[in-house]
Write a protein that binds this ligand. Sequence first.
Ligand code: FEO
Length: 394
Amino acid sequence: MIRKIVEGVYNVGAIDWNRVLFDEIVPLPQGTSYNSYLIKGEKKIALIDTVEPEKAEELLRNLEELKVDRIDYIVSNHAEQDHSGSTPILLEKYPMARVVTNAKCKDFEMDLLHINEDKFMVIKEGDILDLGGRTLKFIMTPWVHWPETMTTFLVEDGIAFTCDFFGSHAATSHTFAEQYDRIYHEAKRYYAEIMMPFRQIIVRNIKKIEELNPKIIAPSHGPAYSDPKFIIDAYKEWTSEETKNEVLILYVSMHGSTKKMVDALTDYLYKEGVEVKVRDLIKANLGEIAIDMVDVTTLIIATPTMLAGPHPSAVYAAYLVNALKPKAKVIGIMGSYGWGGRTVDILKSNIGALRAELLEPLLIKGLPKREDYKKIRELAKKIADKHRQLGVMK
Ligand code: FEO
């Protein structure tokens, strides 16, 4: 499917309606797309990013349909396989093409794709490439989400090709974002799963893109944005220091005691005026948990003690939280045990990268008793106090 962005600029990539998992961990409930953009200048033809190798045939078919018999430049914004994996196939079909990218990306592609060094044209920040009546400018936007990531700006048309940055895992035949609520959700999911660990660097990159004053943002996943402000503002919101008056409780319960604690905390927090999201780690979707993490103020991990430590699902959750580095300001550990163990120590050792304040853990023996409910109530009050001190609740 060829999708026209403007006259002479086409999305010739592939829509992956059926893919359900990315990186063997990230769920894709809406599929995804690998956007590849053909730009026709008066003298030169450039292709921005390619597609997953298994979708290369679709890309080649689209190029044939547009009667492209020559590609001069394959611009590579990012070395990951879903955008560069088909470059060797393209180079076989168009042997005169040069791969245009930065030095770091070149090194990655030599290692990951075994592309010969003489195929590359290395560019750096601010360099331009004249296509004849159309100019590409290269802007380094590192760590969205690899160290080599960059953006290519088509100056005359005001189109920023941002690759993963501002993307969404959404298979759609819409060239431009139309269902804004849906795309907001999918872009937030993408941000949460892929970009959130690099939040502070991303703030600088948002500024660089905003300074280009683009008319269109065309990422390499999901639809393009004819209203760049929509996605730039969304990214500003997600990457800001501001959090919401919300607590996210991630829990697992084997025989119901930890669940009773979670239910009680949920109820007490609500009475204190704090919003709560509760996710059962056995049933919850990782993507939804990641979205929940984006703007909560407090995170609670609740687990029973088994085999002298936390339930493995709670360890997984702690590891995930630590890796995704949400901007939560407060974190708590709670749960029920039978005869002791190292639950708190093990969980604490898995969240060392977080800057959040760790509350006094609350572990109780067996089913919660009257005095335990008092402690849970105290915990809810403490969280509400923290939210007031942080200014997220009046
Ligand atoms: Fe869409 Fe980092 O690859």
